[in-house]
Design a protein around this ligand. Structure first.
Ligand SMILES: Cc1cc2nc3c(=O)[nH]c(=O)nc-3n(C[C@H](O)[C@H](O)[C@H](O)COP(=O)(O)OP(=O)(O)OC[C@H]3O[C@@H](n4cnc5c(N)ncnc54)[C@H](O)[C@@H]3O)c2cc1C
Length: 401
């Protein structure tokens, strides 16, 4: 069987299928070095509790903790103990003192409720790839899936002029999934209204560390040396152009527009751009072709959910596909992948979109945001939101895993 795309989701699936002793080939268009460069210095991702628990169950806990040492929790600076920030909803930060310590889920995970910590995505991919290889999975880098034809018995996959025959193809090839497009699977959703930039820059001029204006909002903070980490989110109307390069001029223009201050970007070290486009594949399975991770769903990153959601897809799909391939699955087992994971994706998307709505600059949204701030300052409100966003409430409802 073939997995198209060796990101965190494709590699998690490779480990699952490798553990089941299956013959697995991962086709990844980039080399590990190219992937690392594409992520840049800002490739850090928040992990949630179910993800860390899953990797622990797969014997990867020690390797993960070692990788996480390179990615310190950026919220740690905000305090320890009761004043520690355990998460946020729409950038409304929540401190641990507000969590209900009698709540059974909070008690079960203890301090881990602030999520599973952070990891550089490239490090996570590498440790998963190492484990997959140990399990006999073949990983080919520089191998771009360019096309395929599926029939009732399998899939013929094209990698340039080479053709590979496999029983199954899983598209873990990210938001712009070619597998999804060739399969003709619809990807309905909502168009973006925000464009965000994350950049490492050097800047001149007086600029408060954060600001909310009618055009959007920004935050920035110093890094070692002369560099600054800058995040901007701008509201847009009409179509958003894809693949716009992030330049010093673009960051400067955006910061000036949002802050109203004549700040100057003197140097750009790194920049990436994303939108809040929210889309979900109409089906996660079409015959012998399946989708997982960003190939199946995209949404804004508020709450740090996308990779965790995709790893959850891979964990669910892995054993169902393995049993199906080995012929031990009850009839219809593989279809339960879509039935269980599609609603989970929808739930995550709804929570992400709610956070976007609360950031809108209009007076009604600002009023709603103030109400939400008050709710998050209560024990019940903070506990409810943190339990859900960190995934610890999953034990009550396995469909959220
Ligand atoms: C600014 C930002 C911050 C984020 N923060 C978080 C966070 O804190 N926590 C979190 O959980 N999520 C976060 N996310 C989301 C997370 O990055 C993604 O959900 C996650 O990377 C998806 O993993 P994936 O393996 O599905 O796709 P990807 O990581 O996109 O990997 C897809 C892989 O497929 C390969 N590929 C593509 N096309 C082909 C092809 N035709 N043939 C072969 N290979 C192909 C690509 O090279 C790539 O390696 C964030 C996203 C952004 C933009």
């Amino acid at each position: 069987m073939v997995i198209a795309g060796g990101g965190p989701v494709g590699m998690t699936l490779a480990v699952e299928l490798g553990l089941a002793g299956l013959d697995v080939l991962v086709l990844e268009k980039l080399t590990p070095q190219q992937r690392r460069e594409a992520d840049g210095p800002m490739g850090m991702r928040a992990m949630n509790v179910p993800t860390v628990e899953h990797l622990d169950r797969r014997g990867l806990g020690a390797a993960l903790r070692e990788a996480q040492e390179k990615a310190p929790n950026p919220w740690g600076k905000d305090g320890d103990g009761d004043s520690a920030v355990v998460g946020h909803f729409s950038l409304l930060f929540i401190q641990s003192r507000l969590l209900d310590q009698e709540d059974p889920d909070i008690r079960r995970v203890g301090r881990a409720v602030n999520g599973g910590g952070f990891v550089y995505r490239a490090d996570l991919v590498e440790l998963l790839a190492d484990r997959a290889r140990e399990l006999g999975v073949e990983i080919r880098h520089g191998a771009e899936v360019t096309g395929f034809e599926a029939d009732d018995n399998g899939v013929t996959i094209h990698v340039g002029t080479e053709q590979i025959r496999a029983g199954w193809l899983v598209g873990c090839d990210g938001a712009h999934s070619r597998v999804r497009r060739i399969a003709g699977i619809d990807f309905p959703g909502v168009e973006p209204e925000q464009v965000s930039i994350q950049a490492i820059v050097e800047l001149a001029g007086d600029l408060p560390s954060e600001g909310f204006g009618d055009a959007g909002f920004y935050v920035h903070g110093p890094l070692p040396g002369d560099a600054h980490l800058v995040g901007t989110t701008e509201y847009v109307s009409g179509a958003v152009e894809r693949d716009v390069p992030v330049t010093a001029e673009l960051v400067q223009e955006t910061l000036r527009k949002i802050s109203g201050r004549p700040v100057t970007i003197t140097r750009l070290h790194y920049g990436s751009r994303s939108t809040d486009a929210t889309r979900q594949a109409a089906t996660y399975r079409q015959g012998r072709v399946l989708l997982a991770g960003d190939a199946a769903h995209v949404h804004p990153p508020y709450g740090g959910q996308g990779m965790n959601l995709g790893i959850g897809d891979a964990a669910d799909l892995g054993w169902k596909l393995a049993d199906t391939i080995r012929g031990t699955a009850p009839a219809g087992l593989l279809d339960t992948y879509h039935e269980q994971r599609h609603p989970v994706g929808k739930w995550v998307q709804d929570w992400a979109m709610a956070q976007v709505a609360l950031l809108r600059p209009d007076p009604r949204s600002r009023a709603l945001r103030a109400v939400m701030r008050d709710l998050l300052d209560t024990v019940d409100g903070a506990t409810y939101v943190i339990k859900n966003i960190s995934g610890v409430a999953a034990s009550e409802d396995s469909s959220r895993r």
